[in-house]
Design a protein around this ligand. Structure first.
Ligand SMILES: [Zn+2]
Length: 165
């Protein structure tokens, strides 16, 4: 690794651990990002991160932080399983400052420069989808077990009853 490479930072979150595959050229300069979340954030609002002669330094270059607080109410009560998943998956987003989960609400504080409500909602939806998928699999397994039990019952019944004549 050369010296230049070791000082490359993700322009969105400042992390030095960048992914060289996540590259985007903006105004003739290559930028490298730590995550696709940061790349998308940069792509949709590059002026937040890179200054220009007309407007001077960007909010990010001025170390500005735009904290947003949101309450996101879910349709159903948050199960312990979903809560555990959300704690992990939301904390792994960039720019999450605080997180509090109640029975039905997600309270989240985030830096708008790094994360959007859309990122957060998408993460919640993905966690819900993961959970309902695993529940669907469980229900399906339950049904298979149930029908096999019935079959065994029937077999036992047939055997016990000596069959039908
Ligand atoms: Zn980043």
């Amino acid at each position: 690794m050369n010296r230049l490479e070791s000082t490359i930072r993700c322009p969105v979150c400042d992390m030095t651990k960048i992914n060289r595959l996540l590259r985007w050229n903006y105004q003739g300069v290559d930028h490298y990002f730590c995550s696709s979340q940061c790349l998308e954030r940069f792509k949709s609002h590059p002026h937040l991160f890179v200054g220009d002669p007309q407007h001077g330094f960007s909010p990010k270059q001025k170390n500005q932080v735009v904290l947003k607080k949101r309450r996101i109410r879910l349709r159903d009560a948050i199960s312990d399983e979903l809560k555990a998943d959300l704690e992990t998956s939301l904390q792994s987003l960039m720019g999450i400052e605080a997180l509090d989960l109640t029975d039905q609400d997600v309270y989240v504080t985030y830096d708008l420069l790094q994360a959007s409500l859309e990122d957060i909602e998408k993460t919640i939806e993905q966690a819900e989808a993961r959970l309902s998928k695993s529940m669907a699999v469980q229900v399906k397994r339950g049904l298979i077990h149930y029908s096999e039990e019935c079959e065994l019952d029937n077999l036992a019944h047939l055997t016990r009853g000596g069959g039908y004549h």
